[in-house]
Design a binder for this molecule. Sequence first.
Ligand code: CTP
Length: 398
Amino acid sequence: MLKNKNIILGVCGSIAAYKSAFLVRLLVKAGANVKVILTPDGANFITPLTLATLSKNPVYTQYFEEESGVWSNHVELGLWADLIIIAPISANTLAKLATGICDNLLTAVYLSAKCPVYVAPAMDLDMWKHESTQFNIDRITAFGNVVISPGSGELASGLFGEGRMAEPEEIVSFLDNSIKKLMPLFGKKVMVTAGPTYEAIDPVRFIGNHSSGKMGFAIADELAKLGADVTLVAGPSAQKSTEILNRVDVTSAEEMFEACNTFFENTFITVMCAAVADYKPKTIATHKIKKQEHNLVLELEKTIDILTSLGKRKKDNQILVGFALETNDEETYAKSKLEKKNLDLVILNSLNDKGAGFKSDTNKITIFNRALEKTVFELKSKTEVAKDICEAILKIIK
Ligand code: CTP
């Protein structure tokens, strides 16, 4: 969740500042872009060089460099951040946040930022328990800031009790979970089908189609980025995903049907993007079919229409999205699929549109909703198309 997030780490004057080095490492490892701001006291506990090396960014300590006159723009830094984490935050900086005192770069960036702010306090037991500190904690929480509570244990003073800054691993997993919870599809189970199906003729041959799986994988990735718990049912495809943890590989329409049947019951959203074969050989030869003198006739039988069968089972609290790949009378066929298959959205691809459909990295879609309202989109990359589809799904949820 922290991948590509812009994070400002504020470090205040506390012995726990040594832990900020580990925190930077973990955030960078999670794929975040990290910029560190040290308060003047923080710089007494850990050097800018350490944090700059680990974060791969210059460390900010003051509004401007005296010698060069280079000015650190607090407003720009505040707006750059997707989130601010101040770890450790001292009793002193807590009090400043509670009252709006702005006497260093970190407090100025805090006041300029529009993103969520998290603080991980670190101080001695009695300072933490003090009514003033607790008052300030309540106050900054009321402003919408999030406190990552300190743990108990041996403190730098030698005393035992509450006041130890949360461990860097705990802070990272706290941030990760908080981001997830803010996502529109957090905790929602979603199923996406992708790719072609292969219907065996004999041990070496099959009936297939040109689907690459790119569109379905892009949709699955996009839904995962919105926080959904995605199950991807994939036909034979060379595509890979780093976002999807639950991938079920299938080959034939029948296998895809079985997988979809298993997962559908608990899914909130299902997007059927796979190019499922409509027909399969009636019998699969046990041995390789040998070349014959005359033509070979294969008898084909219908596969089950997975989407239609899910449409019949669909409950009111489930969203079902299907595709319609057409070459003629596109809108009429798409609308009839929406109705016949009991869909909430149908995504129309016309093979008459250049750059749309199979194999390419782009697609051009038209979406019809249940009220048969039509939205036409430009030719875009499949990632962008996936975003448009997810946007249309989120509109239904809202
Ligand atoms: N689909 C399915 N099972 C099938 C065939 C199609 O679940 N056996 C799904 C596809 O994943 C897609 C939608 O149905 O979401 C429409 O697929 P498409 O091939 O466009 O249409 P068909 O219903 O197969 O009809 P036709 O081929 O006659 O256009």
